[in-house]
Write a protein that binds this ligand. Sequence first.
Ligand code: NDP
Ligand code: 5RP
Length: 513
Amino acid sequence: MQNHSDLLDIGVIGLGVMGKNLALNIADNRYRVAAFDLDSTKRDALLEQEQKERPALQAQRILGCSNLSEMLSSLAKPRVLVLSVPAGAPVDGVCNALLEAGIEQDDIVVDTGNSLWTDTVAREAQYQDKFIFFSCAISGGEMGARFGPSLMPSGDIKAWDRIKPIWEAIAAKVDPKTGLPIERQEPGNPVTEGEPCTTYIGPAGAGHYVKMVHNGIEYADMQLICEAYQLLSDGLGLSAAEVGKIFARWNQGSLNSYLMEISADVLSQADPLTGKPLVEMILDKAGQKGTGLWTAVSSLQIGCPAPTIAEAVYARAVSTQKHQRQQLSLLLAGPEALTLSDDERAAFIDELENALYCAKIACYAQGFQLMAMNAQERGWRLDFAEIAKIWRAGCIIRATFLQSITQAYQQAQRAGESLDNLLMAETFSLALSAKQQDWRRAVARAIMSGVPVPCIGSALAYYDSYRSETLPANLLQGQRDFFGAHTFERIDMPAGEKYHLNWSHSERTLEKL
Ligand SMILES: NC(=O)C1=CN([C@@H]2O[C@H](COP(=O)(O)OP(=O)(O)OC[C@H]3O[C@@H](n4cnc5c(N)ncnc54)[C@H](OP(=O)(O)O)[C@@H]3O)[C@@H](O)[C@H]2O)C=CC1
Ligand SMILES: O=C(CO)[C@H](O)[C@H](O)COP(=O)(O)O
């Protein structure tokens, strides 16, 4: 350490994938860090890593602690303690251990895990008067944590004022003119220029809600890319490397994103054991930790349509039913293979690129609408231009596309309008209208080839539903009234007036209720 008698700036508890890299990132930005993990080998690995990275002449900035009491006594007051432990019981486990170790009322505990947002709301209340429970959802995975993540803080505003300088220093940075990430993955040389990808989101739970929806969009975006992969490989018979090249090309255009970039990379990777494409050696059963599911559940609970996000969660569930899929693949018939000319194949690839772009817009529209509806229910004032801004770099769904979303919300703000659905933004409505025919052709081809496209297809249904002034819910209301006297409203009478037809009477008279 620079000076062992000095009190340190911040403590990091939990030194796994995220915590270790966050600690190194904070130290790179000249803050002094106390670090603790239940598993002392993780603490030692962190110290070793710092020693390797920090030039010999520079003093170490990370102190390994053997227990939480040691950590508390090493920190300047009021203390700032970052939790990077698995969501759920471990968060309360650490909070209780901190209470036993002597944490004080004005100390700040920042939960950076993927906690369920309602748990965060409850924790703020539960630990009130004991310490300040603050939260900061984080995205960016291992490399983001190390060199600049997207950070979504929420809770006590005074706690935010205290941690803001550290957060702005460690966050990913964006060039304000272009909206593009400024990336420099060099230990000891953090990016200090540009706009930091962090902003105060709102009261307790708001940041975790926003991160949860980020992950819901992440699930959908990943599944869209996977569907395109299956269409190109099973539908067109292209090799993994060929699909990788197509994705790399798409990544140069409007589909430019981190997820597209890494998908191209994964597809071009050979398996070190067999030499075959690695992707073909990876078992097709998807894992999940819950944030996509929570997003889908929240959308159902508040009645906000997010079908593409929900389909992405189902797609992971179907993938895990490998045994049933194996059995049914032998039982159920599919369509005849399509024979396409070279021109048709080339056209299909272009159509699919447009389909993916349109479906992506629909996913983001669903996610942003969900945040807006939940914010309204909770009385949160979320700033969507700021949220889109902090997702332009650092996080997993970072994409040039986020700059267009930022601009759409900024434009709406300037005009004093609320953008209730992203599909209404001119930049997206024009793009969708221009590309929707290709989207339909791609979905039709997928259906005729028997390749499942739950997300590309559901996004199209979402688009068609929202551009339909009338939907068959009139018949649905008639059905409900028929079997359960659930009543209906009439188009020629004031809103809110309820009617019921006496379906079981021979005269079928209409009653106004
Ligand atoms: N990995 C990712 O890409 C991202 C993860 N997150 C979230 O960040 C959080 C951390 O994730 P990640 O780093 O991947 O998880 P890891 O499992 O890699 O790390 C968690 C660490 O916390 C330690 N730990 C558990 N309980 C305690 C405790 N009571 N006191 C001290 N240390 C403890 C674990 O030790 P041990 O292993 O011995 O139990 C482990 O070293 C999770 O909530 C995750 O959902 C958020 C964004 C991205
Ligand atoms: O939060 C993240 C990125 O933003 C994590 O990587 C998340 O754990 C991924 O979710 P899952 O394991 O459910 O795919």
